[in-house]
Design a protein around this ligand. Structure first.
Ligand code: BMX
Ligand code: ZN
Length: 312
């Protein structure tokens, strides 16, 4: 038996084949087709899933099922995409449509939940039954693995850690979800870029004012080089992340926090700050043995975890 996973991103759909141990055997990538529309996206998922199996040494009959990871708010039990901003999907019965097209069992889940499952199955959480994963990308994604399984909650909204209300009212700005003060507004790449642009617009003295189109990496690099304004921004992103980890630690007591996504490439510079805040805010007994580590699978976490949905 083989497991097919698909990671649906804003620009590309990545598909992969995993064996029963969570080892990624093969991957394939093609355009998502967001500009064309909903039907095109769904057709492309089906097309790439079939294609990767055709290119592989396996037969379609050996496919146990197809797992889908997709950013957005989902009704997981019903296989429904309620709203995916980046993909322009609203109220789409993604699971049922794909099952019809592929004649296989299909499971859908949130992109960050799936990344967490991927890390738990074959990455930084291997052998650890209880871990919580954060992905720091366009948004802040979250995934909770307890006893080896994704926690979805009653309607699929569990683990949307980017929307924890963590920034105090006086400093809060509005999030894409409509509420104020979400973690995602400060600790995502988007949040970091916004804080940097605000600082430049305010006329703060920073090397970032010389950067053409500021990326999160520019801010991290400037901070590492000693730029005070950039240091304050990265500190702030790390502070609210650490604060959110402390809250999650007391609710779920996971053994390991796994942090991935583009911003996590900042490495120890960021991780040390997160660990420091976490240690300051979490009761001693609740942090004993708890580790905060970088993700290991990089861009493959999504496909591996999506394939893993079939045995989740
Ligand atoms: C947002 C939300 C989450 C997603 C997270 C990370 C949307 C489209 N996305 O909080 O569902 O898990 O971003 O997404 O509503 P990424 O795009 O940064 O990977
Ligand atoms: Zn929000």
């Amino acid at each position: 038996k083989i497991y097919v996973g698909a990671d649906i991103g804003g620009t590309t759909i990545k598909v992969g084949i995993c064996n029963v141990e969570g080892v990624l055997i093969q991957t394939y990538e093609g355009p998502t087709g967001v500009e064309v529309g909903t039907d095109e996206i769904i057709n492309n998922i089906a097309k790439y899933a079939r294609h990767i199996v055709e290119e592989s040494p396996y037969a379609w009959e050996q496919v146990a099922g197809v797992g889908i990871g997709i950013a957005g708010f989902l009704d997981i039990p019903n296989g429904f995409v309620k709203h995916s901003v980046n993909l322009g999907l609203r109220n789409v019965k993604l699971r049922d449509i794909l099952e019809e097209k592929l004649q296989k069992e299909v499971r859908i889940n949130n992109d960050a939940n799936v990344a967490a499952l991927g890390e738990a199955w074959g990455g930084a959480g291997k052998g650890v039954p209880n871990c919580v994963c954060y992905t720091l990308g366009t948004g802040v994604g979250g995934g909770i693995i307890i006893n080896g399984k994704i926690i979805e909650g009653f309607s699929g909204m569990a683990g949307e850690l980017g929307h924890m209300q963590i920034v105090p009212d006086l400093e809060a700005i509005q999030c894409g979800c409509g509420k104020m003060g979400c973690l995602e507004t400060v600790s995502s790449a988007t949040g970091i870029i916004r804080m940097a642009k605000d600082a430049v617009a305010r006329g703060d003295r920073t090397s970032l004012s010389l950067v053409e189109d500021i990326m999160a990496k520019d801010v991290v690099d400037a901070a590492k080089a000693g730029d005070e304004v950039a240091i304050r921004i990265v500190n702030r992103a790390a502070f609210y992340l650490g604060k959110s980890l402390a809250a999650v630690a007391i609710v779920l007591n996971p053994q390991r926090f796994i942090i991935g996504g583009g911003v996590s490439k900042a490495g120890d510079f960021l991780f040390d700050q997160i660990r420091e805040v976490f240690q300051k805010l979490t009761p001693d007994i609740a942090q004993e043995g708890v580790e905060i580590v970088p993700a290991e699978l990089g861009n493959n976490a999504g496909v591996v975890g999506a394939a893993g949905l079939l045995i989740n």
